[in-house]
Structure formats: structure tokens, C-alpha cells
Design a protein around this ligand. Structure first.
Ligand code: F6P
Length: 536
């Protein structure tokens, strides 16, 4: 158990001694601090010097990683062991971007030939769609991992997208989502991509059925073959839905939904930016995989990131972290990372089935800079809780326009500095602040952050950043001894929604047949009453 490891006790002491130290002092004491606590890998520069750590903290955190078996855990993941123990599955999103030529085995079978086969099919298909001038709109219908990844990446790499193609994403079962998309497109020039690992997800099948009916109404049943493709692990369900398995792109149960953008689920990305650029995205992720696999822990970016999380959540009591990209193209990154981090590590039972008594998985939120500065940064600077932040920016903008990027970068640098330095009472007084306002204007500082700088937002660099977060989350999961690759916590709500649905569809007299708590029963009755009146 994490808390009974020797390094855990050492870190408790380390926390007690650092509790009263301010990062300002740490910087003043050591002129080499920035250099010491930063790592450069290809075009990515990771500065973690603005964290409440010393060399001893880092060494002890690495000791904790070793005592937790991080090294064998990394090897186990990359070599296809069934580390998703509750679902008895291998975890091999890394195989999808394996450019090494090395085989990867699952149950004694090399999966690389199949991976390459699907990539080949994706290339042929995306090339053909990009050449086919009759198709102007691509609509990806999927939810969770079958939506967030491709949606975020197509936006992040929009700069590289074909100008004659528009990409849309429909995820919500709220009819507004599909209605608004259908309003702006024409059946004859639209390609629907139905993305669902299981092909049983209620939201996706509901949206896909609505889209299918809309297309068939305009162009007839035969048009489905040309205008619909599916991406799934479930050929039977795809066929049942009415999509010819020839128009299907497969992936495998060893790819987790939230780790699937590298698989055929990335088809909308490949169509939007072209297969070559999609390949560069995979190259970047592979580069980060190699770094994660081989760099010593003290020089390993995802390892350090994961260890810092454990440091703040399990010793300092932090419960939330923020991801703050200073790049408008990355504005959907926080939403994507929310699923990646919170669905992966929001667990309170360990791998052996025991209830956990230490903090796991943090709440993640974020917004692009500088927008967030004018919204929630107040709480990060002066609130009562510690919120470790990741600041991310490209040094060169894809849209260099006047002074815009220098202004953006000035803010990107100012925020972590302000969080770390703060402003003391003496400094506030020296500014001539009236006495009754002094406390309001004090910034305690000593608030931790990482700064992640890339040269430019290329597909390769984005691939590195995304794989970096995947592995950071993996590191946390190993130290917390949880299965980061299952998601049992999403099931109960789905079950109850299925039970409630007929009570909303059938009996609109206000009576509730199902057994519920009184609050839910009242709400069902009230909704039925309103709808009965309003839908007449
Ligand atoms: O409900 C959660 C979830 O299972 C996610 O893990 C997954 O990404 C999403 O639903 C969509 O699942 P599918 O790709 O099977 O439709």
C-alpha cells in the first residue's frame, strides 16, 4: 500500500520541513534551480522549477516510484500484459503509434500487422475523401473517447486542415446537437462517421439513427453505403445497425476509449488534416513513448509530472489541478484531459479490490489563456486551496499577427511567476496601499505550476503533449495502485436512465410506476405533467 512504503514516511517528513519554506527562498538560495528542474526533449521544454520541491524531495519521490514498482509497470504496459485487470485486457494504445518495427504481442500474437493494415485503409480512405470534391462535410458521431480526442485534435490542428472540408462533431443525445449540425449540411455532400468502440452506446446510436433517417429520406436507402462508415470493435452491431462491414474500420479491445484517437477513431482527423499530418501526430506520440520508456526517472517528463501530482494530492491536500493552454487552438484540451484523467483515475478501490484510504484522481479543469485570467484565476491566486497548474504555450504562433503573440507569451510567463512569487505585505505597503486594503492585496505566492513550452504547435508536438499526459496519468495510477483503464463508475447512471426512460415515454399521466426515491419520483411526475400539457 502506498502509505506503508518507506519513501511515503520520508515524504511526510519532507512535507513537514517544506511546509514553511517559500519557493521564493528556494529560488534565491539556488541560482541553478531553473536549470536543475527542467527537461528538454526534442521541441518540448518542461520547466518544473516552480514546484515546492528540493533535490531531496525529488529523490524521495523517485524512491517512492521505485518502491511502487513503476519500472516493471511501464514494461508490463508496453509489452502487452493484461494490466487492465478488472476487464482482463492489455493496454496498448502505444502499439497504435509504434514506429519502431518491433513486434507487440497480445496473447502470443503480434498485433502490429493488423495495426498497419488499418492505417493503410485509413490512408486510402482519407486520401479518397479529400480528393472527392462532392464531399464537403464530415460528421463524426460518437461520445466520450469516440468524440473528445478527434474533436480536440481537429481543432488543435485546424491550421493544417483542408480548406474545402468542414468537420463537425455530434456527441450529445440532446436533439439540439444533431439538429443544429444537420441544419448546415446537405445529404449529398456529407459523410457520416459513426464512432463507437462498443457500438451499443445509447447517445451515439440515437444520433446515428437520426442521421441515417435524415439521409435516407433525402437520398434513399442505397445512399447509406456511400455516406456512412463505422469505426468500432463490434462488427456484429455495426451490421445490425445497417452499415456494411466493408465500410467499417476496426480497432481492438486493448485500446481504451479515452486512449483511442490514435486508432481508426482518428479517421476524422486524418481526413481533415491529411494522412501525412496524422502520421506526424503518431510520430510525436511515439517519440514521447520512447522517452517515457527509456529516460531515467529524474529526467523523465511524464514520470516527474505524475510524481508531482502524488506529492500535491497525497501530502499537501490538493484536490484540483488546472491545465491552461496559451494557444487558442488548444482550447478543447482541458475537456479532453478531463475524461483522460478523471475517468482513468477517479477510483476509490485498489487493484486488489480494497477500499483506498489516500487521495487519488484530481478534478481537472482549464481554459485557454488569457481568457481564464479574466474568469477563474482569482481563485488560483488568492483562494484558500492549492491548485497546481500546467501552463502550455508554443513559442511561435501559427498566426503571428502584430504584437499578439508577444502579449500572449508575456501573460503566459507572468502568471506562473505571480503564482510562485506572490506579493508580500511589505511590498504591498511599499506601493502606498491604504492600510485597510493591504490584506486584500497580498498574494501569498508559493503556488505551484509546471511550464510546458513547445517551439510551434505542429502535429508532432501535439502528439508528444498528448502522450505525455497519458503517461503522467499512468504514473499516478501505478503509485495509487488503481486500474486506470476501467470505468465502472459510469455504469449505474446508464442503468437507471434505461429504467426511467419508459416512465417518461409511456405514462404521461403523471403517475410513476418505477420504484425511486421520492425526489426522483416527484421530478418524473412533474416532467410528465409539463410535457403532457406542452406537447399537445
Ligand atoms: O460511458 C463512458 C464510456 O464508456 C467511455 O469510456 C467511452 O469513451 C464512451 O463511453 C463511449 O463509448 P463507445 O466508444 O463504446 O461508444
Amino acid at each position: 500500500m502506498l502509505t506503508s512504503l518507506p519513501a511515503f514516511s520520508s515524504l511526510k517528513k519532507e512535507y513537514q520541513s517544506l511546509k514553511k519554506t517559500n519557493m521564493r527562498e528556494l529560488f534565491a538560495r539556488d541560482k541553478q534551480r531553473a536549470e536543475k528542474f527542467s527537461i528538454e526533449y526534442k521541441d518540448l521544454f518542461f520547466d518544473y522549477s516552480k514546484n515546492i520541491i528540493t533535490g531531496t524531495t525529488l529523490k524521495t519521490l523517485i524512491k517512492l516510484a521505485n518502491e511502487s514498482g513503476l519500472n516493471p509497470a511501464i514494461k508490463a504496459m508496453f509489452s502487452g500484459e493484461k494490466i487492465n485487470t478488472t476487464e482482463k485486457r492489455a493496454v496498448l494504445h502505444t502499439a497504435l503509434r509504434n514506429r519502431s518495427g518491433r513486434p507487440v504481442y497480445v496473447d502470443g500474437k503480434d498485433v502490429m500487422p493488423e495495426v498497419k493494415e488499418v492505417l493503410k485503409k485509413m490512408k486510402a480512405f482519407s486520401d479518397a475523401v479529400r480528393k472527392d470534391k462532392t464531399i464537403t462535410d464530415i460528421v463524426n458521431i460518437g461520445i466520450g473517447g469516440s468524440d473528445l480526442g478527434p474533436k480536440m485534435v481537429t481543432e488543435a490542428l485546424h491550421h493544417y486542415a483542408a480548406p474545402n472540408l468542414r468537420t463537425h462533431f455530434v456527441s450529445n443525445v440532446d436533439g439540439t446537437d444533431i439538429t443544429e449540425v444537420l441544419k448546415g449540411i446537405k445529404p449529398e455532400s456529407t459523410l457520416f462517421i459513426i464512432s463507437s468502440k462498443t457500438f451499443t452506446t445509447q447517445e451515439t446510436l440515437t444520433n446515428a439513427t437520426t442521421a441515417r433517417n435524415w439521409l435516407v429520406k433525402a437520398l434513399g436507402e442505397k445512399a447509406v453505403a456511400k455516406h456512412f462508415v463505422a469505426i468500432s470493435t463490434n462488427a456484429e452491431k455495426v451490421k445490425e445497425f445497417g452499415i456494411n462491414p466493408d465500410n467499417m474500420f476496426v480497432f481492438w479491445d486493448w485500446v481504451g476509449g479515452r486512449y483511442s484517437l490514435w486508432s481508426a477513431i482518428g479517421l476524422s482527423i486524418a481526413i481533415a488534416i491529411g494522412f501525412d499530418k496524422f502520421s506526424e501526430l503518431l510520430d510525436g506520440a511515439f517519440a514521447m513513448d520512447e522517452h517515457f520508456k527509456s529516460a531515467p526517472f529524474a529526467e523523465n517528463i511524464p514520470v516527474i509530472m505524475g510524481l508531482l501530482s502524488v506529492w500535491y494530492y497525497d501530502f499537501w491536500g490538493a484536490r484540483v489541478n488546472a491545465v491552461l493552454p496559451y494557444d487558442e487552438y488548444l482550447r478543447k484540451l482541458p475537456a479532453y484531459l478531463q475524461q483522460l484523467q478523471m475517468e482513468s483515475n477517479g477510483k476509490s478501490v485498489d487493484k486488489q479490490g480494497n477500499r483506498i484510504r489516500y487521495a487519488t484522481g484530481a478534478v481537472l479543469f482549464g481554459e485557454s489563456g488569457t481568457n481564464g485570467q479574466h474568469s477563474f484565476y482569482q481563485l488560483i491566486h488568492q483562494g484558500t486551496q492549492m491548485i497546481p497548474c500546467d501552463f502550455i504555450a508554443p513559442a511561435i504562433s501559427l498566426n503571428e499577427t502584430g504584437d499578439h503573440h508577444s502579449i500572449l507569451l508575456a501573460n503566459f510567463l507572468a502568471q506562473p511567476e505571480a503564482l510562485m512569487m506572490g506579493k508580500s505585505k511589505a511590498e504591498v505597503l511599499a506601493e502606498g496601499t491604504p492600510k485597510d486594503l493591504v490584506n486584500q492585496k497580498v498574494f501569498t505566492g508559493n503556488r505551484p505550476s509546471n511550464t510546458i513550452l513547445v517551439d510551434k504547435m505542429t502535429p508532432f508536438n501535439l502528439g508528444m503533449i498528448l502522450a505525455m499526459y497519458e503517461h503522467k496519468i499512468f504514473v499516478e495510477g501505478v503509485l495509487w495502485n488503481i486500474d486506470s483503464f476501467d470505468q465502472w463508475g459510469v455504469e449505474l447512471g446508464k442503468q437507471l436512465a434505461k429504467k426511467i426512460l419508459p416512465e417518461l415515454q409511456g405514462d404521461v399521466k403523471g403517475r410513476v410506476k418505477g420504484k425511486h426515491d421520492s425526489s426522483t419520483s416527484n421530478l418524473i411526475a412533474r416532467i410528465n405533467k409539463i410535457r403532457k400539457k406542452g406537447l399537445k
